[in-house]
Ligand binder design. Structure first.
Ligand SMILES: [Zn+2]
Ligand SMILES: [Zn+2]
Length: 215
């Protein structure tokens, strides 16, 4: 009997591609534990199996560190609720020992990758947005908003508003990313309003925002 990881690798190896890219990702919402690392083990296993079969394959891991903090992780103090809604990448290290929140919670994972035989390229969502890797994808998403909306609406009770855009700017005023609503754009400039009362404009090239989840 073959392991299901092997079945997936067999299936993939029939594809005619130059290189297989197996992607995994983790939200850096606090300590990364065995329970939310499953994605990494599976992606790593599939990548390795493909390489064993002589296929060109790599596994990447994306730290979803541009996502908003949704709840204060244990054992951080209640006072961290002032960062709710802000991207993880903008939150300070809770112990003052690292550059920021992300580095603090990422370190323990990255330091045991070799011990677990995990071979993957690590990437940061935040850095990719900042470097402009996503710019063309953002432009495409804005141009094809009607198609995206149609897909989302199939799974929603309330359809998305007419002016909805698949992009969440980080508010210039309060620093939150889950309280902004982008309603118009002109080229690379996005117009948005925030629940804090701020009405702003931002350039997608600044990386101060992200595509809506799943887009
Ligand atoms: Zn630290
Ligand atoms: Zn705001």
């Amino acid at each position: 009997m073959t392991h299901w990881i092997e079945n997936i690798a067999n299936e993939l190896s029939k594809m005619d591609v130059e290189e297989h890219v197996i992607a995994s990702g983790t939200s850096i919402s606090g300590s990364i534990h065995i329970g939310n690392s499953c994605d990494i083990f599976v992606a790593n296993g599939i990548g390795k199996k493909l390489r064993e079969k002589g296929k060109k394959a790599k596994t990447i891991w994306i730290a979803d560190d541009h996502d908003p903090l949704r709840k204060v992780p244990y054992p951080l103090p209640e006072s961290y609720d002032k960062y709710l809604g802000m991207p993880y990448s903008m939150i300070p290290c809770p112990d003052g020992c690292c550059a920021n929140f992300v580095e603090h919670f990422e370190k323990p994972l990255l330091s045991v990758m070799d011990d677990y035989g995990i071979e993957m390229e690590t990437k940061s969502g935040f850095e990719m947005y900042k470097s402009g890797v996503y710019n063309d994808y953002i432009r495409t998403s804005l141009e094809r908003v009607e198609e995206i909306k149609e897909i989302f609406n199939e799974y929603r009770r309330e359809p998305l508003a007419d002016d909805w855009l698949p992009y969440n700017p980080i508010c210039d005023e309060c620093g939150r990313v889950n309280t902004t609503y982008a309603y118009d754009y002109d080229g690379d400039i996005i117009k948005y309003r925030c629940e804090c009362g701020h009405d702003g404009e931002m350039d997608i090239k600044s990386g101060n925002g992200k595509l809506t989840w799943r887009v």
